[in-house]
Design a protein around this ligand. Structure first.
Ligand SMILES: O=c1ccn([C@H]2C[C@H](O)[C@@H](CO)O2)c(=O)[nH]1
Ligand SMILES: [Zn+2]
Length: 139
């Protein structure tokens, strides 16, 4: 496995291990590689008011944006077990915003970082609505 891929998976595992998921007991870690070569990680942060929890992917994207970066090159998601923890619908849209219409690779790993699925953001959210779909003629 390429070194940068291993680093991305390791960043997602480290984030997963820092997740706050006492309600679902389903800690998730995500790592975003940007086109500039930076890595930003995030974990899910749940809340006693259950619907207010946030996903791992959302945290990683927030960190990326706060650092001034806007272009996703690759996303890795690591779940807590053997199941394939693909991004939820909301996160697919959040990833789409920064991954472009053609899509970018998304790799889903099991708890130990073994690759379960290699897909793309475009495959996970086909015919997506994105920045390019906003009609600029406003009247
Ligand atoms: O890709 C995923 C899937 C689920 N979750 C979180 C949301 C919630 O805290 C928990 C159970 O759904 O897992 C993520 O963070 N990312
Ligand atoms: Zn999500």
């Amino acid at each position: 496995m390429a070194t940068d891929m291993k680093a991305l998976i390791d960043a997602a595992i480290k984030a997963r291990d820092a997740a706050y998921a006492p309600y679902s007991n389903h800690p998730v870690g995500a790592a975003v590689l940007t086109t500039d070569g930076s890595v930003f990680a995030g974990a899910n942060v749940e809340n006693a008011a259950y619907p207010l929890g946030t996903c791992a992917e959302a945290g990683a994207i927030s960190a990326m944006v706060l650092a001034g970066e806007r272009e996703i090159a690759h996303v890795v998601v690591v779940g807590p077990g053997e199941a394939t923890c693909t991004p939820c619908g909301g996160c697919r849209q959040k990833i789409r915003e920064f991954a472009g219409p053609a899509g970018k690779p998304i790799t889903i790993c099991d708890k130990d970082g073994n690759i379960l699925l290699e897909t793309t953001s475009a495959e996970l959210l086909p015919h997506a609505f994105g920045p390019e779909n906003i009609d600029e003629a406003k009247g």
